[in-house]
Write a protein that binds this ligand. Structure first.
Ligand SMILES: NC(=O)C1=CN([C@@H]2O[C@H](COP(=O)(O)OP(=O)(O)OC[C@H]3O[C@@H](n4cnc5c(N)ncnc54)[C@H](O)[C@@H]3O)[C@@H](O)[C@H]2O)C=CC1
Ligand SMILES: O=C(O)[C@@H]1CCC=N1
Length: 260
């Protein structure tokens, strides 16, 4: 399979790197175009993929064309490459897109899918929110699931829930990074070296996530297993509740959803 990225920024780069490093696809099967060719060329050389001079050249090269520009550019870019999308598989990763919004931008003779990836796909720990009921053939759906399965949890959702699932998967790495930063700030405040505090904070998120994936215990049960009666942790938990920690997270998701 040959894969083309139209737009090769943070998200496309993370997807390509994940695919290559986890041996899902050889680098020479990946093509990309972007706004600035000189910048793209450097990135492409590091990964061993093909840098294309134009979007049309990149779109023509792939069996699967991944639309990875900003959402507001999608209309212009699809118009530009429309002729090259005939009989291709088109995958759109733009936030806020579902099949209903994407299809009018594409030629009739192509199959398409809307997904929402997240940046941890680069290290094989991603999520790929996947819109169900797409125009993909069963054969291509299986091929794409096989391609991305080793580097992402495939999360099928219906069109109505693409926005919220995309927010939980796609935006939350920023929220999680803020938690890591804040926890490390606290460590530094009490004298830890920044590098060690950051590694510990990141490992806490990684390890707690892994615990959940292993046991599927309710997070409340996981929290209780750390809080001894009259102990130290419950004091921190109590303060977080006073500060509205959980409400803040839900408010953050509301803020994203209200923008979509
Ligand atoms: N960054 C993230 O964590 C996630 C991003 N997305 C989606 O991925 C898409 C890309 O986002 P990022 O990679 O974060 O943005 P970015 O700003 O890092 O990358 C955008 C890319 O588009 C290129 N570009 C700009 N104009 C172009 C044109 N006319 N033709 C071809 N390429 C052009 C830029 O050169 C750049 O390579 C967006 O639609 C976003 O909603 C989805 C999930 C997560
Ligand atoms: O903030 C953004 O626009 C993109 C969508 C999901 C993550 N980043």
């Amino acid at each position: 399979m040959k894969l083309s990225f139209i737009g090769f920024g943070n998200m496309a780069g993370a997807m390509a790197q994940g695919l290559i490093e986890f041996d899902c696809l050889p680098a020479q099967n990946i093509y990309a175009s972007a706004a600035h060719f000189d910048k793209l060329e450097k990135k492409a050389a590091t990964l061993g993929i093909h840098a294309c001079q134009t979007n049309l050249e990149a779109a023509a090269a792939g069996d699967v064309v991944i639309l990875a520009v900003k959402p507001y550019m999608m209309e212009t870019v699809t118009q530009e490459i429309r002729s090259a999308l005939v009989n291709k598989t088109v995958v759109c990763i733009a936030a806020g897109f579902t099949d209903r919004k994407l299809r009018p931008l594409l030629p009739d003779d192509c199959e398409s899918l809307c997904v929402m990836p997240n940046t941890p796909i680069r290290v094989g720990q991603g999520i790929l929110v996947w819109e169900t009921g797409s125009t993909l053939s069963a054969d291509m759906e299986a091929k794409l699931a096989e391609l991305f399965g080793p580097i992402a949890l495939i999360a099928p959702v219906d069109s109505e829930h693409m926005g919220i699932a995309g927010t939980i998967a796609g935006c939350s790495p920023a929220f999680a990074a803020m938690f890591i930063e804040a926890l490390s700030d606290a460590g530094v405040k009490y004298g830890l070296q920044r590098a060690q505090a950051l590694e510990m904070a990141a490992r806490v998120l990684e390890g707690t996530g892994a615990l959940f994936m292993a046991d599927h215990n309710h997070p409340g049960v996981m929290k209780d297993s750390v809080c001894s009666p009259g102990g130290t942790t419950i004091r921190g938990v109590s303060q977080l509740e006073k500060d509205g920690f959980r409400g803040d997270i839900i408010d953050a998701v509301d803020a994203v959803m209200n923008r979509q």
